[in-house]
Design a binder for this molecule. Structure first.
Ligand code: ADP
Ligand code: MG
Length: 232
């Protein structure tokens, strides 16, 4: 679903290089120290950063020169995913129509997406009337109505407590299975990953130094840098 071939991105003296294939419908977790290039990797897939060399393919199509809005992706950040002056319904509706000219079927799709993320009855609230976890659920509901099959998550649950984080990761897993999303998720909280499926990649100094099934990455790291990072 996602293919980075020979992608190079240089920021001042930092040179990042990525070759990566992500299977359709899978979950890839991205871990590694601060400054390793995790966010840059997502930004290159999303199109917020443009590589100086190499190609970015999504669903077999070359996206390298395409602007972010024209790529089949949704990106979720740790915070600031919602517009504070808009209601929950409108924030989700932006995923359907940026001018919020919503039809009756659109309204129904919004209600359905909110119910799917456990927020039935929250449509009239504003972001400040929600908890951090609820705000991220709204952002996930918006990605559901957008019908963009690639979900990029950059430490989206870092500000939440452990129980909420686990529940959010469970929701992401459910959405991946039900809606067929392909998910790439950056996280620092490796304790949350012991129950997730898929594979994990470990980044250091702008490159992927380990790539393994998530459970193996955490319990039997294939590279000493991973063991050091995990404190094993
Ligand atoms: P991570 O998400 O793993 O913490 P980043 O991808 O944000 O790392 O950054 C990787 C490196 O690239 C850092 O050294 C960072 O300073 C640098 N970098 C990349 N893009 C930018 C940018 N637009 N502005 C400032 N620094 C950047
Ligand atoms: Mg980052």
């Amino acid at each position: 679903m996602i293919q980075l071939s020979g992608v190079r991105y240089r920021y001042e003296t930092m040179v990042m290089a990525y070759d990566l294939t992500v299977e359709r419908g899978s979950l890839v977790t991205v871990i590694g120290p601060s400054g390793a290039g995790k966010s840059t990797l997502l930004n290159l897939i999303a199109g917020f950063d443009r590589p100086q060399a190499g190609r970015v393919l999504i669903d077999g199509q070359d996206m390298t020169d395409r602007r972010p809005a024209a790529r089949p992706i949704t990106m979720l950040f740790q915070d600031h995913n919602l517009f504070g002056h808009l209601t929950v319904r409108q924030n989700v509706g932006l995923g359907i129509h940026p001018g919020l000219r919503l039809t009756r079927p659109d309204e129904a799709a919004i209600e359905e997406a909110l119910a799917r993320v456990g927020l039935a009855g929250f449509a009239g609230r504003r972001p400040w009337q929600l908890s951090g976890g609820e705000r991220q659920r709204v952002a996930l509901a918006r990605s559901l109505v957008r019908h963009r099959p690639v979900l990029l998550l950059d430490e989206p649950f870092a500000a939440l407590g452990p129980a909420q984080r686990r529940s959010m990761i469970g929701l992401v897993e459910d959405l991946r299975t039900d809606a067929g999303f392909t998910v790439v998720m950056v996280t620092h909280q490796t304790d949350d990953l012991h129950r997730v499926s898929g594979r994990a990649i470990f980044l250091e100094d702008g490159s992927i130094v380990a790539d393994a099934p998530t459970r193996q990455m955490l319990t039997n790291p294939p590279h000493p840098a991973v063991a050091a990072y995990l404190g094993l």
